[in-house]
Design a protein around this ligand. Structure first.
Ligand code: ADP
Length: 484
């Protein structure tokens, strides 16, 4: 672990304001722990409302010059940051595994994915287009231009410590907005290292701030009630998202909300079994199941269900559990004790109500926060696990008879983020992908995220999209100029 220690000692642990790492005004810090052991990794400055407003001052000051900076220059700074994150992929990967727990190959995958938002938006910076038209009455020209919305606040979760930041920072900077990032308390280190990379890449002071804090509500309230902040972009639970949407009403903030999911993963009888099992492994077990796009409900047509259940249970039972930085591990720890209790509680309730446990079903008796990879079936409908985001390595399988039933059950949720289905029937692909009330649909694939595609949900899963050519619009205002 000497490499880990050297890396941890090199990461800034203050608040990142004006391209400097500074102590909180209160002098307070909080501890960041390794979820695989519970051991202290390092302590980080604990910002409060005053610190946040001081950071906002720097963003407001830097904003106009950044907005006026040539799009090509903004793009080149993003590109330089992309190059540096990629060159330091091993450091970013190890840091994420240390603070978040996911296995190293998945952390490396996240570095590639997370860095891609920097490259993608470095290219989008020079493709911010308005339009012109002749007024229908023939009495003038309609000129439509795009302008940066202004200072933005990003609030990010712990499950993808790099990518959840870069998919907000990338478009904000490309659009010409300064941004303040409040990373999750469990995983502040990755964003702090990224901020340092941006400073080295030539980003002017004040354009990017990072505000670690244990007082998320206090910090976000102070910023969101300040009329100088113009935008909030949040990724996290639907409950907190609702609260932030309410709060954003006071200053009429632009909002982007990436909230919870309850993803159905549907396997029809005509699917290729091996492909579907591979897809379910990815959609369920990637990131330890701690993803808002994770397959929460695996719905399998009754003809293929016994074979599918047996094959998936065998694969999941085979997963070696251990610290993410051990090469042998296929599944790391859950982020913290609270999340572990939540997963265990959902499974225990289902089992008490009569669910069948095919493998797993227990907390592991070892240091850290580990849960056995688990497969359940025959879960009674009233159990919370059928409705609630599991956010852990627990696959819940149920059967269905007809396509209509599968679609109806898939849509019977307040959420609408990601859905997946497997079939080899092209007509069914067209019907089902149209009928699923979701922002994203994976057809015969279990992983859909791509920086070049619009990521986002409908219904209680959120507002707006991140990534793609659409993602930058979230940071742009539309202005109409009437010309004679
Ligand atoms: P999770 O359950 O995945 O931790 P949360 O929605 O609680 O999801 O957290 C996502 C992010 O929102 C984190 O950065 C967290 O600190 C922040 N957060 C939590 N509660 C609030 C709140 N009341 N106001 C603003 N941010 C919050």
């Amino acid at each position: 672990m000497t490499r880990a220690r050297t890396l941890l000692d090199s990461v800034p642990t203050g608040l990142w304001i004006s391209n400097q790492s500074v102590a909180a005004r209160s002098g307070q810090t909080f501890e960041v722990a390794d979820p695989a052991t519970g051991d202290l990794l390092t302590s980080v400055a604990d910002g409060d409302a005053d610190d946040a407003l001081a950071a906002l001052d720097t963003a407001v000051e830097a904003g106009p010059e950044w907005a006026a900076t040539a799009p090509r220059t903004r793009g080149e700074i993003l590109r330089a940051a992309f190059e540096e994150v990629t060159a330091r992929a091993d450091d970013f990967a190890l840091l994420m595994t240390l603070e978040m727990g996911k296995i190293l190959p998945e952390s490396r995958g996240e570095v590639t994915y997370g860095a891609e938002f920097l490259r993608w938006f470095s290219e989008e910076a020079v493709r911010i287009h308005g339009r012109t038209a002749t007024a229908p009455a023939g009495n003038g020209q309609i000129l439509v231009v795009k302008q940066p919305v202004g200072p933005a606040l990003a609030i990010t979760p712990w499950n993808f410590p790099l990518a959840m930041g870069t998919r907000k920072i990338g478009p904000a900077l490309a659009a010409g907005c300064p941004i303040l990032v409040k990373p999750a308390e469990d995983t502040p280190l990755t964003m702090l290292l990224l901020a340092q990379v941006f400073a080295d890449a030539g980003l002017p002071p004040g354009v990017l701030s990072v505000l670690p804090t244990t007082r998320a509500a206090e910090v976000s309230e102070a910023l969101m009630s300040d009329p100088r902040l113009r935008k909030v972009s949040f990724t996290g639970s639907t409950g907190v998202g609702r609260q932030l949407i309410r709060q954003s009403a006071d200053q009429i903030l632009r909002t982007s909300m990436e909230l919870g999911g309850n993803a159905p993963f549907i396997v029809f009888d005509d699917a290729d079994l091996d492909t579907a099992v591979d897809g379910a492994m990815a959609a369920k077990m990637r990131n330890g199941g701690e993803a808002c796009t994770a397959a929460n409900r695996i719905l399998v047509q009754n003809g293929i269900r016994p074979a599918f259940t047996e094959a998936l249970a065998a694969r999941i039972a085979d997963m070696a559990v251990g610290p993410g930085y051990d090469d042998a591990s296929a599944l790391g720890p859950i982020i913290n004790a609270k999340q572990l209790d939540s997963v265990a509680g959902l499974v225990d309730e289902a089992v008490a109500a009569g669910a069948i446990v095919h493998t797993g079903g227990t907390t592991l008796d070892r240091p850290g926060h580990f849960y056995a990879p688990t497969v359940l079936s025959d879960v009674p409908e009233q159990c919370a696990i059928t409705r609630q985001e599991i956010f852990g390595p627990v696959a819940v399988i149920s059967g269905f008879d007809t396509e209509d039933e599968a679609v109806a059950r898939a849509n019977a949720t307040e959420y609408g983020l990601a859905a997946y289905f497997y079939t080899r029937d092209l007509d069914r692909v067209a019907r089902v992908s149209a009928a699923l009330e979701y922002g994203m649909v994976g057809v015969n694939r279990g992983v859909i995220s791509d920086a070049a595609a619009p990521f986002g949900g409908i219904k209680a899963s959120g507002l707006g999209v991140e990534g793609g050519s659409e993602g930058i619009e979230e940071y742009l205002n539309t202005k109409y100029i009437a010309l004679t």
